[in-house]
Design a protein around this ligand. Structure first.
Ligand code: S3P
Ligand code: PEP
Length: 457
């Protein structure tokens, strides 16, 4: 863990432009799809973040015999050349704390010619894995231990997977569904995933992202309510896939404008998805919407009173004079909860009450985010309480640090601390390096933006 990091306080409205790196969700899907092609060809995933999650995915694929070469891309991003082997080999995969690695690679490893061992960070061993592992068992894949439901475990690859229909409980994570769908076209019978559980599948826009990226890779997918079918067949992504800027990372910078009544632009924000295979779609490239849930994020930010604008210069947020309290269901965008909580805590300083709903499953994210947010916000003097499926944020009269803000190895806890640091002078974050999970340059980009220098595009 790094030494405590002083979060910069804002001495006025934050104005500026920021270039954020590519989305880890889009990047890690694109890497898996390029690896699945199985044709010996090299494809490039361009504009990826140099982040921990992306690197873990590259290294995990390399361990399975996939050729990977990283070169510098535009604006501090990386381009990854992926050469898909005809057969995947046995190996060991370090998942770190990356949900995308621990849920997307076991279904791929099931196609390997031998055992693939999976492990990760200490906290990764507590993250839910049951849905994806039960799903693999149901599709004819052997695991060691046979009843594995958490890391560590070994997937006993036999070079082929029977596939077919399977019912999983994906109420703990949409990534269970995405993981099974991503590799499903390479299974003998494809895969049909049905969700059955006590709650709904969270983060459904991330399953939509999977479905869209599969279709853009030439795979036939049908999607009904909580049932998805992938037909067996070749996976043929385009030769060069350009990753969109990371919307969840962008939201942190946009929230700086909201908290301070400033104006922040995310440069290079695509109004339309920039890289597509239009010939594989019944729409032209320019009619394709983005892969990330901009509409849902926009609604959440606007609920606080922000104005959001997409224009030629990028995605811009103008903060209101004073944040309103909100009552929002964040079930589609649960990963934004720490950011939204920071906004709600600041709204609470002007007497506003907020309710964040639909995110009980984020107790299984990088840390138990509901407990962590309550503990850290309370340590500052905010009044935040946990509900069954979210948080209540009550009015509070003032905030001051009593100890360093805990990041819990969670990038979004660290960035939520930085947001509150804008209005809490002296706030320190115990482990700002946690931000490198998705935002490798946060520790320098953030002070530059707050200090008025902005980040060059
Ligand atoms: O598939 C993905 O890329 C993701 C899906 C979501 O996971 P959950 O469904 O577990 O919330 C999201 O929160 C996570 O940050 C990324
Ligand atoms: C939940 C998150 O990540 P992961 O992909 O590790 O689940 C997140 O990025 O907020």
């Amino acid at each position: 863990m790094s030494s405590p990091w002083s979060a910069p306080a804002a001495d006025g409205p934050v104005h500026g432009a920021v270039a954020v790196p590519g989305s880890k969700s889009v990047t890690n899907r694109a890497l898996v799809l390029a690896a699945l092609a199985g044709d010996g060809a090299t494809r490039t995933v361009a504009g990826a973040a140099r982040s921990r999650d992306t690197t873990l995915m590259v290294d995990g694929l390399a361990a399975l015999g996939v050729g990977t070469e990283i070169t510098a891309g535009r604006d501090g991003t990386i381009d990854v050349a992926v050469t898909a082997p005809e057969r995947l080999r046995a190996g060991r995969v370090d998942c770190g704390l990356a949900g995308t690695v621990m849920r997307f690679l076991p279904p791929l490893a099931a196609l390997a010619d031998g055992p693939v061992a999976f492990d990760g960070d200490p906290h990764a061993r507590t993250r839910p894995m049951g849905g994806v592992l039960a799903g693999l068992r149901g599709l004819g894949v052997a695991l060691d231990p046979a009843d594995a439901h958490r890391l560590p475990f070994t997937v006993l690859g036999s070079g082929a997977v029977a596939g077919g229909p399977v019912t999983v409980d994906a109420s703990a994570s949409s990534q269970f569904v995405s993981g099974l769908l991503l590799s499903g076209a390479r299974y003998d019978r494809g895969v049909v995933v049905t969700h059955r559980g006590d709650g709904p599948v969270p983060s459904l826009p991330h399953v939509d992202m999977t479905v869209t990226m599969l279709r853009l890779s030439g795979v036939t997918v049908t999607s009904e309510t909580e049932r998805w079918a992938v037909s067996p067949g070749p996976v043929t992504p385009e030769a060069r896939f350009v990753v969109e800027p990371d919307l969840s990372g962008a939201a942190v910078y946009l929230a700086a404008a909201m908290i301070t009544g400033g104006r922040v632009t995310i440069t290079g924000w695509p109004e339309r998805r920039p890289a597509a295979n239009p010939e594989r779609h019944d729409q032209s490239r320019h009619d394709l919407p983005g892969l990330q849930p901009l509409a849902a994020v926009r609604r959440a930010l606007e609920a606080f009173g922000a104005s959001v604008d997409e224009g030629p210069e990028g995605l811009t947020v103008q903060g209101p004079d004073r944040l309103r309290g909100v009552d929002v269901d964040l079930g589609e965008i649960g990963e934004l909860t720490p950011t939204v909580t920071a906004l709600a805590v600041v709204a609470g300083l002007s007497g506003e009450h907020s309710r964040l709903r639909g995110v009980g499953h984020i107790r299984g994210h990088e840390t138990d985010r509901l407990a962590a947010l309550v503990a850290e916000c309370t340590s500052l003097g905010a009044r935040v309480s946990e509900t069954e499926d979210g948080l209540e944020v009550h009015p509070a009269s003032g905030l001051a640090p009593t100890r360093p803000w805990g990041a819990y190895a969670d990038h979004r806890m660290a960035t939520a601390g930085a947001l509150l640091g804008l209005v809490v002078p002296g706030l320190e974050i115990d482990d700002v390096a946690a931000t490198t999970k998705t935002l490798p340059d946060f520790a320098t980009d953030w002070p530059a933006l707050v200090g008025g220098a902005g980040v060059p595009a």
